[in-house]
Design a protein around this ligand. Structure first.
Ligand code: MF3
Ligand code: CO
Length: 291
């Protein structure tokens, strides 16, 4: 990139520091990778310290919503009640539920039970049953900044097989997280997740993945978990994205419910689980922003 900025000028990131003590070294390293043919993030994808603070404030609400769900979720409850918990918690802290009216989505949170892979729509008519596994996917806007994370919940007595799926997908995310560090590639994280899931006999959904997040709900890059080490975007300090693999007990194939054009199910009816972490690439690794 043509660098007109002087070494003693203020850095482009708005930190107030001189360019030479802020982003100069990082820019040079990005340039080097780019010259070697790597896909590199644009400056717009590198969050400034100020933006990171604001995104963290948004994430506090997102975490509070999922904590509130964790406390109250139980058999006999409708998914509409989960929606109300998320809506009320978000409003209490002056946030906005990001899913509400997003591309026509009618509720404040996604609730996806058993063979529902993602984008389940909360309903009065959907009652949690003993033995269900459910993903609650929560996203918040505060002051224009976005947070996004999801957790699995096990309702009552869940079969050993389903419990293992839920726990293994969390473990896969944790193994993936360990791959998040500057100057590695998103594919390092993606392949690590896929390898572990496959080793346990599961399959990872190919069509839907993670995304950059923070200044928008969904930013670049698209994040795959069926990818190869050393491929996809270079990870650079300040990048923020989600780790949110959808993992099926059976085949990877999925379909969208034609009744609502939102909810995704496994084609073979097998159970599916997902955890989502919002992650920042730091100078020496990663920081979890929302969980
Ligand atoms: N939270 C989901 C994600 O991780 C997005 C849901 S979009 C919605 O990307 F409209 F369905 F909420
Ligand atoms: Co997401």
């Amino acid at each position: 990139m043509a660098n007109k900025i002087g070494r003693n000028d203020a850095c482009w990131c708005g930190s107030g520091k001189k360019y030479k003590t802020c982003h100069e070294a990082i820019d040079r390293k990005i340039e080097m990778f780019k010259n070697q043919g790597a896909l590199v993030p644009s400056r717009a994808l590198l969050k400034t310290p100020d933006q990171i603070e604001k995104i963290k404030e948004s994430a506090k609400i997102n975490i509070a919503c999922l904590d509130a769900v964790a406390e109250q979720i139980k058999a006999g409850m409708s998914t509409a009640e989960i929606d109300k918990i998320v809506y009320d918690t978000t409003i209490k802290y002056h946030g906005i539920p990001a899913p509400l009216n997003y591309e026509g989505f009618p509720k404040s949170v996604c609730t996806s039970i058993n063979d529902a892979v993602c984008h389940g729509i909360p309903s009065e008519d959907e009652i949690l049953q003993d033995g269900d596994i459910i993903n609650v996917d929560c996203s918040t806007i505060l002051d224009g900044y976005f947070s996004d994370s999801s957790r699995m919940f096990m309702i009552g007595n869940v079969s050993a097989e389903d419990k293992k799926l839920v726990e293994d997908v969390k473990k896969a995310c944790e193994l993936g997280l360990e791959q998040v560090k500057p100057w590695g590639f998103l594919g390092d994280m993606g392949q690590t997740i896929n390898d572990f899931c496959k080793s346990q006999g599961y399959s990872v959904v190919r069509e839907i993945g993670g995304h950059g997040v923070g200044l928008e709900f969904h930013e670049e890059p698209w994040v795959s978990y069926v990818t190869k080490k050393g491929t996809d975007m270079l990870m650079v300090p300040g990048m923020m994205f989600t780790i949110e693999p959808m993992v099926n007990m059976g085949a990877p194939d999925v379909f969208v419910d034609s009744d609502n054009d939102w909810t995704v199910y496994t084609e073979d009816g097998s159970k599916s689980a997902q955890w989502e972490f919002q992650v920042l690439v730091t100078e020496d690794g990663y920081e979890i922003i929302s969980y």
